[in-house]
Design a protein around this ligand. Sequence first.
Ligand SMILES: [Zn+2]
Length: 86
Amino acid sequence: MKTTENTELLEALLTDAKPVYHPNTGEKIPENGDLIIELSPSARAGLEAPRYCQICGRRIVVQIRPDGWDARCSRHGSVDSKYLHR
Ligand SMILES: [Zn+2]
């Protein structure tokens, strides 16, 4: 295993890639788009941390800080909310 940080999850969020798993519920999102993803406004603003990796559906480890959060999937790397502010 390489120790280099994987940035797949961060890249997926930054590019608005279609999630495979719902970031808040961990539910698999069907290809036909039956499940509409409704993120709360604070989640959209990057103020609310995701609970599941949107790529693999694993539970991610979240650390809440006074100024935001960071979330880490053991497979797909970590995301810091500071990168999501646009
Ligand atoms: Zn993942």
